[in-house]
Design a binder for this molecule. Structure first.
Ligand code: EPU
Length: 338
């Protein structure tokens, strides 16, 4: 049932105040289709909400906010030690990570404890500790918002990049993702190159061991949204030319840098912000996390406008000091006033 004037402040992990003009959470595909038809007929703008963990919400979302809550999970033998996992868009991502790790299925254990719903994972191509969703994604099932027609995209149709996909470009705000299909493996294939992950694990770790170690690292560095409002990394790690990286390294020999296959170099936005002395900063109701400068936090009582002003200050200081432009990672939605 579509409800009116619904408070979404606990439906976004930043905890920003927001109301939806209309809101429908449903696990019934027929109801999703009916709602899409009605929205088109009435001219309501449509917003699709997942777990709300990668969003900056202005106070007012006009039209209809749709939250798919399908949580079905099915395993299909694919031969050669591989398994296809069919998962509903509304299942919590970490619940999926645990379900696979428990069954000793390998592929997404490095993505433990990433907040949000499975359906949102392809949008930003979630990634951590050397693994990205694109590494295991087989299909994305979706409905087009304009007419409810169903489509299935294969991995190659999704234009995946670093924190990027077709869902942030050609299909932005045009589809509702209903289901993912992932290809995972029964064979042990730990990927432990990132940071000190390997040193936290026994010689032949299980998928559960890896998920637990990743969870421990995340808990040490990243604030729990249940305790302190945040949307994970607020900026993407910037990519610069090799020449620019050399110039920056000559002045900052300790600067973390990661050469990419195309010759460019990825820098650590957290390090750049930290060097500007901004870690732990608090401005009014918002601030910068004291253990990871890449995470902006909301202490409560603030607004998207306040948070975006802080983000702008961060962008300005990094630009002035390093001549590197940081790009916001979470998506901005809604309107500043009714
Ligand atoms: N660093 C600092 N100060 C800081 C933060 C980082 O000096 O305040 C340095 C670290 O010491 C390290 C480097 O920067 O040398 C990179 O830091 P870290 O390993 O913590 O990773 P990150 O690049 O800051 C990225 C992802 C995270 C992901 C981790 C682990 C992005 C935008 N962020 O962070 O993803 O968990 O790697 O793979 O790519 C997210 O997207 O929400 C997220 C948390």
């Amino acid at each position: 049932m579509i409800r009116s004037d619904v408070d979404l402040s606990s439906a976004n992990t930043l905890g920003l105040p927001c109301r939806a003009e209309r809101f429908l959470a449903t696990d019934d595909i027929g109801s999703v289709r009916d709602a899409l038809r009605q929205a088109v007929k009435q001219g309501w703008p449509l917003t699709v909400l997942g777990g709300g963990s990668n969003l900056v919400l202005h106070p007012w979302l006009p039209g209809l906010v749709l939250q798919p809550t399908f949580t079905n999970l099915r395993f299909e033998e694919a031969g050669q030690g591989e398994v296809l996992v069919h998962v509903g868009a509304g299942l919590n991502w970490h619940v999926l990570v645990e379900a696979l790790a428990e069954r000793d299925l390998w592929g997404i254990e490095n993505l433990a404890l990433i907040p949000g719903h499975c359906g949102a994972a392809p949008i930003q191509n979630i990634g951590a500790y050397g693994v990205e969703l694109a590494d295991v994604l087989e299909q994305v099932h979706l409905l087009h918002l304009e007419d409810g027609r169903e489509a299935i995209l294969g991995r190659d149709d999704c234009a995946f990049g670093y924190r990027d996909s077709i869902f942030k470009h050609a299909l932005e705000n045009r589809v509702v993702i209903t289901r993912l299909v992932l290809r995972v493996s029964k064979r042990a294939q730990p990927r432990l190159d990132y940071g000190d992950l390997a040193s936290r694990l026994p010689a032949a770790p299980s998928a559960s061991d890896v998920a637990a170690a990743v969870s421990a690292v995340r808990r040490e560095k990243l604030p729990d949204p249940a305790v302190l409002g945040n949307a994970g990394s607020f900026f993407k790690n910037p990519v610069v030319s090799a020449e620019k990286a050399r110039m920056l390294l000559s002045r900052n020999p300790g600067m973390p840098h990661f050469p990419l296959a195309d010759g460019n170099v990825k820098l650590a936005a957290g390090w750049l912000i930290d060097q500007c002395g901004l870690k732990g900063l608090r401005e009014g109701h918002v601030g910068i996390h004291d253990r990871q400068a890449l995470v902006l936090v909301h202490h409560g009582g603030g607004s998207a406008t306040e948070l975006l002003a802080l983000a702008q200050r961060v962008v300005g200081e990094v630009q002035a000091r390093f001549d590197v432009t940081l790009e916001r990672e979470p998506r901005l939605m809604g309107e500043t006033a009714r």
